[in-house]
Design a protein around this ligand. Sequence first.
Ligand code: PLP
Length: 409
Amino acid sequence: MLHINDNYQKLPGSYLFAETARRTKAYQEAHPEQEIIRLGIGDVTRPLVPAVITAMHKAVDEMGRRETFRGYGPDFGYDFLVNAIRDGDYASRGIDLAYDEVFVSDGAKSDVGNIQELFAPDAVIAVTDPVYPVYVDSNAMAGRAGSWTGERWDRLVYLPCTEENGFVPSVPDHPVDVLYLCYPNNPTGTVLTRAQLKVFVDWARKNGAVIIYDAAYKAFISTPEIPLSIYEIEGAREVAIECCSFSKTAGFTGTRCAYTVVPHEVKGRTADGKEVELNAMWKRRMATKFNGVSYPVQRAAAAVYTEEGQRQIKEVIAYYLENARIIREGLSERGFRIYGGVNAPYIWLKTPEGIDSWTFFDKLLNECRVVGTPGAGFGPSGEGYFRLTAFNTPEKTREAISRLDLFKL
Ligand code: PLP
C-alpha cells in the first residue's frame, strides 16, 4: 500500500471557520426569529464593475468565433495583462519590472501556498503571529513546520504581533531562510511604513533570507506614505517575492486572477553552493504545473487598469473602507481598543479584560446577534483579539455596531 505524505496527518483540522459556522448555526436554530449580522465575512460582496464585465463579455464572444478563438495561453500570462500590471502597478510608482518577472496565476492563495516548493525541505520558516494560515499549512505539508504541539508548530519561527509592538514584529533573532509578511495585514489590518518595511528588507539582505510579501490587500491602502509594493524599498529586488491578487482589488474572488513578481536578483543556493535564480525555478514550476488563467479572465483583469476600470474599482474600495470607518468609530465610541480598518478591510479589536476571544465570539453572538472571528484562530498571539470585516453593507454594518450597546461587560 502507498506510504502517504505523513505530514498531512500532523495538520490540525481547519477548525476556525468551521467552528464559527457551527456556533452560528446552533444559535440560529435555537432563535429562528432573530436576524444575525455577519461581520466575519472574508469575501467581497460587491459585483464586478462594468468595465470588467464588458471586457469579459467581449473576450467570451471572441472565444466563440473561429478567427478569434484561443486555446492554451502563454504559461505566465498574456502580454496585454503582464504589461498592464508592469505599467499600472509598478512603472507608475517608479518600479521597473522585466517582462519575465511577472507571473499571472489563478490566485494569491495558490502562489503563496506553492512558492515553498522552491525551498529546501529543511529551510527555516518564519511567520508573523497571528497569520493567514496558508503560509503555515503549506510548509507543514512539506514537513518544514515540525510537529504540532496543540498550539503551535515546533519548527516554525513565530514573530508575535501584539498591542505592545503595534502589530509590527521584530526581525527574527535567530537564523531564518524565509519570512512571510502580509501587509496590509490579514487579520490585524495594520500596515507598514516605508521605514518599518526597510528594517525587514535590510535584515533579509544582511542575513541571506528571502521575504514572501503578500500584498493581496494593497488596494485598500489610502494613506499616501504607505508603500503599495515592497519594491518601493531600496534593495528589495534582491530579497523579495511579491504576491498580488485581483480578488480584493477588483472583486475577483470568484473570478480568479492574481500575479506574483519574482525579480531575477532573488537567489538561493544549491547543496553544493551554486547560486540559482528563484525566477528560473518559478518559471520551471509554473510551466510544469500550471496551464494559465483563462483568456476572458485575463481580459477582465486587464480592464482593471483602464481609466474607467480604475475609477470603478476605487469606488468599490471606498465603499468597503466606509464600512471600516463605521466599525472603527462605533467601536471606539463604545470604549473598545481597535486597530486596522484605515488601510485594510479588517478591524482588529482587543477583547475586554478577562474575556478570551472565543468567549467574546459567544457573547457577541448571543447578546448582539453579530458574528465575527476570534483572534485565537489565527495563531497564539491572536488570543485576546477579535476580527471584524468591512464586507457587509453599510446598513447592516451600522446596525451591527449599534447592537454592541447590548454587550454586557
Ligand atoms: N492572501 C491573503 C492574506 C488573504 O487573506 C487571501 C484571501 O483571503 C488571499 C491571499 C487569497 O487570495 P486569492 O483570492 O487571490 O487566492
